[in-house]
Design a protein around this ligand. Structure first.
Ligand code: HEM
Length: 125
């Protein structure tokens, strides 16, 4: 039976010296392949420890590329394990962004109100 790895465990393999990724529920150790990848090492490093199913498919990799995966296979994803929240910081920054936008709209409204006020006043004179 294939060895099962939790999302958390897989996520820890995200460096140039130790790089795993998930494609179609399977776990691949791409460490030795980083230097050989025709698409460059950057894209692989960016997806280290994560699910690369979408990006891998989007490129339209050849059958040869798909066959290469067999050599890198180390096991399967434990689907019962807790998926890693993509980027923890994201909701925080988007909330801050939201607040920033709200303040910006308020400031704009205040400026517009002031402009209208002065315009009306200047017409009265
Ligand atoms: C371990 C997994 C991967 C293997 C074995 C692999 C293999 C290959 C191979 C053999 C090629 C040459 C073209 C082809 O035969 O399709 C290629 C190109 C490429 N790969 Fe990957 N790849 C992997 C993962 C990824 C991932 C996750 C990305 C993320 C975006 C990626 C992006 C690219 C790009 C941009 C090219 C260049 C395409 C071009 O210039 O036409 N690859 N890859």
């Amino acid at each position: 039976m294939a060895k099962l790895f939790s999302y958390k465990e897989i996520a820890e393999h995200n460096t140039q010296e130790d790089l795993w990724m998930i494609i179609d529920g399977k776990v691949y150790d791409c460490t030795k392949f980083i230097d050989e990848h025709p698409g460059g090492e950057e894209v692989l490093l960016d997806l280290g420890g994560q699910d690369a199913t979408g990006p891998f498919a989007d490129i339209g990799h050849s059958d040869d590329a798909v066959k290469m995966l067999a050599d890198l296979y180390v096991g399967d994803v434990d689907q019962d394990s807790e998926p890693i929240a993509k980027v923890d910081k994201e909701p925080v920054s988007s909330t801050t962004g939201g607040e920033g936008n709200g303040l910006m709209i308020l400031a704009l409204l205040a400026v517009m109100a002031a402009v209208v006020y002065f315009y009306m006043n200047s017409r009265k004179e």
